[in-house]
Design a protein around this ligand. Structure first.
Ligand SMILES: Nc1nc2c(ncn2[C@@H]2O[C@H](COP(=O)(O)OP(=O)(O)OP(=O)(O)O)[C@@H](O)[C@H]2O)c(=O)[nH]1
Ligand SMILES: [Mg+2]
Length: 1107
């Protein structure tokens, strides 16, 4: 197969490469597009058909080869694992097009690869399986296309399955196809309305702001929210066959069509205008044969729709003749009527599918239909929308129009897609991928051109002659042997040309950047700026001299570096072709960036260019394993390998834990497997062993339970007993825990005291989690405010912050939470996490995290809003406490720590001596501390700030332990499609793994059930495999991280009532799932595990005997 491929490739010849280079200069005829779909819906198969049109693979193998699945494991598993690009040439009439086609994976584990693909494209082919319809990943990819503002077209694939597998009639198939279209359009519709409403809201605000500025506020205005929806033009938006953005296809059988093609065919045959047919071929129209007219209302009159009669019936009868009945005569008839020419061997072939695809690929070649649609319906790079440009270039929370002028000017270059000599180069690198250094074109063995061959021959002859004369005097035997060796090496040389590289280097991997030119021309050897994600053009422009170029030294500017684009490549699937330069609007590969670019980056010749917004990743990496080399001495190789892997994968994370373990974090099981394979075979090239997946947990507290483990009501007595336990065990000289769970802790030097209470956060946890990015922005803004800088915050960001605050206010209701939102001191861990630090200190009017919302401080209050000294220590202590909880050192989630008292005394008052001053200091403390901070820090226990951090952390931990503690587990959702007969087994597998079925429904038009379920990540390993085995090879379910869930059982629970003893026995650890999880984590981390392995062994045995 491989051989076949390479032979064809060379047959493609250089003229074709020249053609592509020429086409690269005409952006109007370039289409950058990716193929997106749910897993297994036929992307790669469809790509095969398109690739075959360029003769890169033979059309007979198209649909079977899956050429773009170049990795061995992709071929074996039958799924795509990376996005890869290929450039194709297509001629439509007198127009010639260059298509940069990117195939993407559909498996959810690799959805980050989809993100890298859509960023580089202007359009997308969305493929939907005609049987399975819209699946979770279909929705996900449609959303991604929207987020990147790229235009989609639709291919409904595998229509043959409707005929052969589901055995639908043509009429039923029509209804089924209609439903699929509706489903897809419903997804688009939701995306569209939400976007329009959002834009509308933004515009309104801007208007309002303008009004405010000009002080012409004119009374109340009532907005009609639905008005804009109706105004907005959405006709281009939806998929509809008469719009020409839908192709019906069967990629394996090689056919596909849009209704344009049939409109053309029948307008000639029937003498009806093509435009009329185009409007009526899809829809409720029928043909009145007598009147020779097309009429409306086919369904009501019980007539066949035009689409069924003129299109589907033809295909159905072809399948009937060729596949079902194998009727030779009928086949011949059809063949002649279609004007198709067949080879004898196809006619004789035992597999009817061969004959079928031979006929179909001539009659309705899928590549023609798809390529035509792509060229007509997808935008060229010239049509890039202003909105997309602004979105790509928006720096953090800034407004576009607050960016430096030079930066705003870049937008013009961007929109015009200009490639003049003076236009700045802007390139976006969306991922780095590794190739064998050997496989690079400059190192590849290639056939020589005729001239080179002749030159070599002359050279060899010359050298040979020289040597010959020089050796004339030597003995005959010697001469002969030398002659022999020379001529031999001459021969070898004349056959192949290869840059010699040292042996070791050949083993290496070279990183190529997967990129697109958004403005200007990329030239080989050019120096460019590499703009890190945090690079700020405004800051850089003020630091750099005017007109600086990337060849100068810019080391002092933060997040800016320079590099050379050492080589440029045309991406041709499995191969690369070297290029000298690549003009705007093209997808390309760039060599020589591996030192300067980790995963993605923006490159430019202008320092005014902002870094593009980061890629939108849908998947959260969640599966972690610790990795070790089999032989400890190979550690350096492993470290190097993991570094390379980190660079080569957009979503994998590599980190070293405090314990020294090397940890790999991946999106799921399949992704993990691929990463391990890559590490073993390509990057580290050593034997490795991976630990069992490390499952993440979260620790939280809950309200005290109302019933015990056997559902008996818990009396007040019992609650007090629990709290008493806590108190007894933990109180000491510096620590005091009261019965309400308020923990008071004093620093070792007895100068500072904090009182803290932990409370479960109601409902807001998931909101905080979702808003992590926003909170990070908020934190950054606060930071700059504290430093006294002012920021021009964009409207959208402000709006989002206000939204978050309002939502929190709505969710945090009740007496306990009065004014809580205004008192939020910090979020944690890492300042963005889903836990809250609350300021309940009486008399401490600290500005809250919302200070950027600029509620003007009234003159009188201004003095009160001062941040106390050592405020930061409290926050740091909180951050540490939330990063690792007391249960098993996992991060906390959904916990609120309320600081109720915070006193600091100056050492002076301590000299006076007794414990009463501590109480007195409670009111005087803050002021004193503010006055004399330097005195407070001079102490034999070290700086107060450090002590306070430790005390704060400890206090939080104790406060946490004073509440009922619980573990939280990560949950996956999965959607499973199953036929009725395996349904029982599906439930069995789910039940065994603690899964929960959310809902189950019948898929319309099929006998399949769709089951939506959740199951803990901790129980998910091997799930897909078990599933396949138990249900004999159903499509494997896709596990997507969904949310965190509290396990209801208490890990510290011991039976206290008689009923509980009876029910669970004395040890009571049989049913305690969360204790099992907690101990497993503690054991892994080398923490103390309280466990009695065998207890009273003798006794138990006698007991058993007696029974
Ligand atoms: N019956 C039928 N099968 C098809 C058709 N197109 C693709 N297939 C089959 O569907 C399976 C998946 O095809 P792929 O092209 O690998 O699907 P994919 O979308 O690239 O899958 P991922 O890249 O893993 O997401 C293969 O076994 C194909 O042979 C079709 O038109 N009809
Ligand atoms: Mg694929």
């Amino acid at each position: 197969m491989q051989h076949h491929v390479s032979k064809r490739r060379f047959a493609m010849g250089l003229s074709s490469l020249d053609k592509i280079i020429a086409l690269q200069r005409n952006p109007a005829n370039i289409r950058n597009l990716c193929i997106l779909a749910h897993v297994d819906h036929g992307k790669t198969t469809l790509a095969d058909c398109l690739v075959a049109t360029n003769g890169i693979i033979s059309s007979r193998l198209a649909g079977k080869l899956r050429y773009l699945d170049s990795r061995e494991d992709e071929q074996i598993r039958g799924i795509t694992m990376k996005s890869s690009a290929i450039s194709l040439h297509y001629r439509n009439g007198d127009q010639e097009y260059l298509l940069n086609l990117i195939d993407s994976p559909g498996h959810v584990d690799f959805s980050s690869e989809v993100s890298t693909a859509v960023r580089l494209c202007d359009g997308a082919i969305v493929v939907v399986d005609a049987v399975e319809g819209v699946c979770p990943q279909t929705q996900a990819v449609l959303r991604q296309a929207w987020l990147e503002n790229i235009r989609p077209v639709l291919v409904i694939n595998k229509i043959d399955r409707l005929i052969v597998e589901l055995k639908l009639t043509s009429q039923e198939a029509y209804a089924h196809l209609q439903k699929i279209l509706e489903q897809v359009n419903a997804v688009t519709g939701t995306l569209f309305t939400s976007k329009v409403l959002k834009e509308r809201a933004e515009e309104d605000e801007e208007e309002e702001e303008k009004k405010k500025d000009s002080k012409t506020l004119s009374g109340d205005q009532v907005y009609d929210w639905s008005a804009r929806l109706e105004e907005a033009d959405d006709s281009q938006l939806y998929f509809s066959p008469d719009q020409g953005n839908v192709v019906f296809a069967s990629a394996t059988d090689g056919w596909g069509f849009s209704i344009q093609q049939f409109a053309q065919i029948y307008s000639q045959k029937m003498g009806i205008k093509a435009e009329v047919l185009l409007k009526t071929l899809w829809g409720d129209f029928y043909l009145n044969a007598k009147a020779k007219k097309i009429m409306k209302g086919a369904q009501a009159k019980g007539k066949k729709q035009l689409f069924v009669q003129l299109v589907l019936d033809n295909i159905w009868s072809l399948y009937d003749a060729v596949v079902t009945r194998r009727d030779k005569e009928k086949v011949e008839k059809v063949v002649t009527s279609l004007g198709v020419k067949l080879l004898a061997r196809d006619l004789r072939h035992s597999d009817p599918k061969v004959l079928l695809s031979a006929i179909c690929s001539q009659w309705l070649p899928v590549s023609q239909a798809v390529l035509l649609m792509v060229c007509e319906k997808l935008p060229s790079p010239l049509e890039i929308a202003a909105a997309r440009v602004e979105k790509l270039m928006s720096v953090g929370a800034r407004r576009f129009d607050s960016l430096p002028e030079q930066t705003q000017e870049l937008k013009r270059a961007f929109l015009q897609c200009s490639s003049g000599a003076n236009d700045p180069l802007i390139v976006f690198v969306s991922k780095m991928f590794a190739v064998d250094t050997k496989a690079l074109p400059q190192n590849r063995q290639r056939p020589l051109t005729h001239e080179e061959m002749a030159q070599r021959r002359d050279l060899a002859r010359q050298r040979h002659a020289d040597k010959h004369t020089a050796l004339w005097n030597k003995s005959a035997v010697q001469v002969l042997s030398i002659y022999y060796s020379i001529s031999l090496s001459g021969q070898m040389e004349s056959l192949t040309l290869k840059d010699s590289k040292p042996e070791e280097e050949e083993e290496h991997q070279t990183f190529i950047a997967f990129a697109r030119v958004f403005s200007g021309v990329a030239k080989k050897g050019q120096r460019v700026f590499v703009l890190g994600p945090k690079y700020d053009p405004a800051q850089a422009l003020s630091m750099l001299p005017e007109g600086v170029s990337a060849s100068g030294c810019v080391s002092e500017v933060p997040h800016l570096s320079c590099c050379t684009m050492e080589s440029l490549y045309l991406l041709m699937g499995r191969e690369l072709e070297e290029l000298e330069e690549v003009p705007v609007g093209n997808v390309l590969g760039i060599g020589g960036l591996e030192v300067s670019v980790l995963k993605s980056a923006t490159l430019s010749t202008s320092p005014a260019c902002p870094p593009f917004i980061p890629l939108n990743f849908e998947a959260t990496p969640i599966v972690r394993v610790a990795i070790e080399p089999k032989h400890p001495s190979e550690m350096p190789k492993l470290v190097r390998g993991m570094r390379l892997l980190n660079q080569a994968d957009p979503c994998a994370e590599v980190l070293i834990q405090e314990t020294g373990e090397h940890v790999l974090v991946t999106a799921g099981e399949v992704h993990l497997q691929r990463c391990l394979d890559d590490l073993r075979d390509r990057f580290a090239k050593i034997e490795i062993s991976a630990s069992k997946p490390i499952i993440p947990f979260r620790e939280t507290v809950v309200r005290p339970p109302k019933v015990d483990m056997v559902n008996e009501d818990l009396g007040k007595q019992h609650k007090i007993a629990i709290i008493h336990q806590v108190k007894e065990g933990r109180s000491s000289a510096t620590l005091h825990v009261d019965s309400g769970g308020l923990v008071t802790l004093t620093t070792p030097n007895r100068l500072a005291t904090v009182s803290i209470r932990a409370m479960p956060l109601p409902q807001v946890t998931s909101l905080l989690e979702r808003s992590a990015e926003l909170i990070r922005t908020l934190e950054q803004i606060n930071m700059s405010l504290r430093e006294g800088k002012s920021l021009d915050i964009s409207h959208r960001t402000l709006e989002a912050i206000i939204g978050l605050k309002t939502q929190l206010e709505i969710l945090l209701q009740g007496r306990k939470w009065r004014n809580a939102v205004d008192r939020v001191w910090a979020f944690g861990p890492r300042r963005i996490g889903p836990n809250i630090l609350l300021n309940s200190v009486e008399g401490y009017q600290r500005p809250s995290v919302w200070q950027c919302l600029g509620r003007v401080v009234k003159a009188g209050e201004a003095g009160a809003q001062v941040i106390r000294d050592l405020d930061n220590s409290i926050v740091s202590g909180f951050q540490l406490a939330t990063l690792a909880g007391p249960m098993c050192e996992e991060p906390l989630m959904g916990v609120c720590f309320s600081v109720e008292k915070w006193d600091i005394q100056s050492p002076a008052s301590k000299v006076e001596g007794s414990s009463e001053t501590l109480e007195e200091g409670a009111t005087a403390g803050p002021i004193q501390a503010r006055r004399r901070p330097e005195a407070a820090s001079a102490d034999c226990y070290g700086p107060v700030s450090g002590q306070l951090i430790a005390a704060m952390k400890e206090a939080c931990r104790h406060a946490f332990q004073a509440q009922p503690q619980r573990l939280m587990v990560a949950m996956y959702t999965c959607e499973i499609m199953a036929t009725a007969d395996v349904l029982g087994r599906v439930y069995g597998v789910l039940g065994k793994r603690e899964g929960r079925v959310l809902h189950e429904e019948m898929k319309e038009g099929t006998d399949m059930f769709i089951i939506k379920a959740v199951l803990p990540v901790a129980e998910s390993f091997g799930f897909a495999d078990e599933f396949r085995k138990k249900t004999s090879g159903l499509a494997s379910p896709q596990l997507v991280f969904s949310h965190w869930e509290v396990i209801s059982s208490d890990p510290y629970w011991v039976p206290t009532t008689e009923e509980e003893y009876l029910h669970f026995g004395e040890k009571a650890d049989s049913a305690n799932q969360s204790l099992k999880y907690m101990n497993a984590v503690r054991r892994r981390k080398g923490l103390y595990v309280e466990e009695k392995i065998v207890e009273h062994a003798e006794k138990q045995r006698t007991l058993g005997k007696n029974k």
